[in-house]
Design a protein around this ligand. Structure first.
Ligand code: SF4
Length: 199
């Protein structure tokens, strides 16, 4: 990936990101037209050690490609309070809507406070994420924030495949669950079912 060229002519975009693998092809795609700053705000990620691992990988890669990375403090209590009552929802259910909204809301607040014209998120790169829902939430939040939300489905047009290629190229750590303790449990259950099916 070419180093990011910072140009005064490009509109500034604050990109919410959950990890380096999901950020890579999105940054590659957007950096021709936007001056990107990444925001790492993911109070959903559990445990803390996993949060820090994903954060540090993203910071390392940001330095490598010269994309600034802003980091928010780990606020797991806020996340657990926000999803209270929705713990048993399956992945892609209502708990995820709350989780997307919380992170997009914070990204919009930082974007407005720091003079960005645009904000968006890498989340739609994942085949497990509902881009339509993310875009609807982002647009709703944008209407109240004074910044514009960049609607996208980053997994399309080979975006997800490209993120796999870039992950190999940069030697990224790739997690095997979305982030929260509930998704971790679900992923572990699926893994056990697969291995039981093989025996
Ligand atoms: S599965 Fe992922 S998107 Fe859904 S609540 Fe958990 S961390 Fe958030």
């Amino acid at each position: 990936m070419a180093e990011q060229l910072v140009s005064r002519d490009k509109p500034r975009l604050l990109l919410h990101a959950c990890c380096a693998p999901c950020s890579s092809s999105v940054v590659e795609r957007l950096s021709a037209d936007y001056a990107i700053t990444i925001l790492f705000y993911n109070p959903n990620i559990h445990p803390r050690s996993e949060h820090d691992k994903r954060r540090d990988e993203l910071i390392r890669w940001g330095k490598q490609v010269r994309v600034p990375v802003l980091v928010e403090a780990y606020a797991a209590d806020d996340w657990f309070a926000a999803v209270a009552g929705f713990e048993q929802e399956p992945e892609r259910g209502e708990r995820c809507t709350i989780c997307y909204r919380l992170r997009l809301q914070r990204c919009a607040e930082r974007a407005r406070a720091e003079g960005f014209t645009w904000f968006t998120t890498v989340l739609s790169i994942s085949p497990h994420k509902d881009a339509e829902r993310i875009n609807r939430l982002g647009s709703e939040i944008a209407a109240a924030s004074g910044c514009s939300f960049y609607c996208a489905n980053f997994k399309k047009q080979g975006g997800f495949q490209r993120s796999l290629e870039l992950s190999r190229q940069y030697g990224f750590y790739r997690q095997n669950y979305c982030g929260c303790t509930f998704s971790r449990r679900e992923s572990e259950r699926r893994r056990q079912q697969r291995s039981a099916g093989r025996t």
